[in-house]
Write a protein that binds this ligand. Structure first.
Ligand SMILES: [Zn+2]
Length: 92
């Protein structure tokens, strides 16, 4: 069965989306394919195995969300490569 999800006003198969984990500034630190989890909570378990660490991240404002391939290219790729504005600001 193909799971469909809606992101903004697009409806697409979950398998074509990506889960991303971002710090409070919005900088993406991890990502995985959409079909590896069916909810942000489940995706978070893959990214951060320990419950205690997940609780701490959520409390600090880290987010787990689903993005399209296009959003991934725009919002996550620079972070993963270390060339995003967040890292530049953090280094400044
Ligand atoms: Zn970033």
């Amino acid at each position: 069965m193909k799971l469909m999800v809606q992101i903004d006003d697009e409806v697409l198969p979950l398998a074509q989306c990506f889960w991303v984990r971002a710090n409070p500034a919005g900088c993406v630190y991890s990502s995985s394919h959409g079909d590896t989890a069916i909810s942000p909570t489940e995706a978070h378990k893959d990214f951060t195995p320990r419950q205690r660490d997940r609780d701490r991240e959520l409390k600090a404002g880290w987010t787990i969300r689903l993005v399209t391939r296009k959003q991934w290219d725009e919002q996550a790729a620079p972070c993963i490569k270390g060339t995003c504005e967040h890292r530049k600001q953090a280094a400044a």
